[in-house]
Design a binder for this molecule. Structure first.
Ligand code: GDP
Length: 318
């Protein structure tokens, strides 16, 4: 991928997509096409076809599709599944039809069977039932992976799939409906601090464990595999931190400066007991994350204060 290659980040407004656009810009890639606000609506086949015909991208990072935390997955499984299926089908089809040299499809660690041996190895994909709270979304991600694989088998397309661990960072969804654990807790800890609340409720028992990757590191890993990996086997993109939800809550409270008590609400779902990836393949190829968890959290909180809180203040003032 030379610096003048035409590159399309499908899903430029997502957490991973925004980080990829920043990284490509910083790394000197000058020909990024279709970045927001010029991205076509990926759920509309005609728009995707026209876009590929006109912009003719040579490399595609397919990091699009609605996603969300445990609550959104429980409340809106049909919307999440349909959106991810449409986006993957349209982008993969038209990338192939318009001669894209290489495509990286970003799936999700949710797509692993919920009781597969830990850490999760790619050999475990499709070997058991999915976690019930996110099965619809996960099934769409599996379909995207399998579609890439089918294009590779039938047409020899250079389409690869990566399974990232839980990402967090700037541009994340901080809304009460959609947030994953880090932005969800960050917003609530911030509100609890301002209101002087003595207690912060953390969903679930606090015992599930998650592995996290900072979005800038995830973008870097995506660029790395685009450059250095090709093969029919998917590749795991793991992060640096693997913690219990209780430890995550403590770290978020500390970064936000919230000093009250944490209360665990076991009436809320825990989701998968553990979700950590075996990323030995990526490490063998020579990639390592570079941001430690606390630094990533502090940068995310700074972004939240600047963009979400400030925007809300301005909207309220109007
Ligand atoms: P998951 O990784 O797909 O299960 O999605 P989440 O990031 O939404 O949730 C991870 C874990 O964090 C689950 O055990 C949740 O119950 C727990 N959790 C604790 N507090 C929160 C919160 O405020 N928001 C969310 N989304 N999850 C929370």
């Amino acid at each position: 991928m030379n610096p003048t290659a035409r590159i399309f980040v499908a899903g430029g407004e997502t957490l991973a997509g925004a980080a990829l656009l920043d990284l490509l810009h910083a790394a000197g890639y000058r020909n990024v096409v279709g970045a927001p606000p010029n991205e076509p609506d990926l759920t509309v086949a005609g728009q995707v076809e026209d876009f590929f015909g006109e912009a003719r991208p040579e490399y595609v990072f397919l990091v699009a599709g609605h996603s969300g935390g445990i609550r959104l997955n429980r409340e809106r499984p049909a919307e999440l599944m349909l959106n991810n299926l449409l986006v993957a089908a349209h982008v993969i089809q038209h990338a192939y039809n318009h001669g894209v040299a290489k495509l990286l499809y970003l799936a999700s660690s949710c797509a692993y069977p919920s009781h597969a041996p830990q850490p999760l190895r790619v050999e475990s994909l499709l070997t058991g039932p999915l976690e019930a709270t996110s099965a619809a979304y996960a099934m769409a991600k599996l379909a995207g992976w399998q579609l890439c694989e089918a294009y590779r088998r039938q047409y020899g397309a250079c389409f690869i799939t990566a399974f990232p661990t839980n990402p967090f960072g700037p541009h994340d969804d901080f809304s009460p409906e959609g947030a994953h654990v880090i932005p969800g807790l960050m917003r609530r800890a911030h509100a609890a601090k301002l209101r002087g609340q003595p207690e912060l409720t953390v969903w679930g028992t606090g015992t599930p464990r998650r592995e996290f990757v900072y979005s800038r590191d995830l973008a870097d890993a995506c660029l790395f595999v685009m450059r250095h990996y090709d093969g029919p086997e998917p590749i795991n993109l793991g992060g640096s931190a693997e913690l219990s939800i209780a430890a995550v809550a403590l770290a978020v409270a500390e970064v936000v400066g919230y000093r009250g008590r944490l209360r665990f609400d076991a009436g809320q779902p825990d989701g998968m007991p553990f979700k950590g990836l075996d990323s030995s393949r990526l490490r063998e190829l020579g990639w390592r994350p570079s941001t430690d968890f606390r630094t990533g959290l502090a940068e995310t909180y700074a972004w939240f204060l600047h963009h979400v809180v400030r925007e809300r203040l301005m909207t309220n003032a109007e």
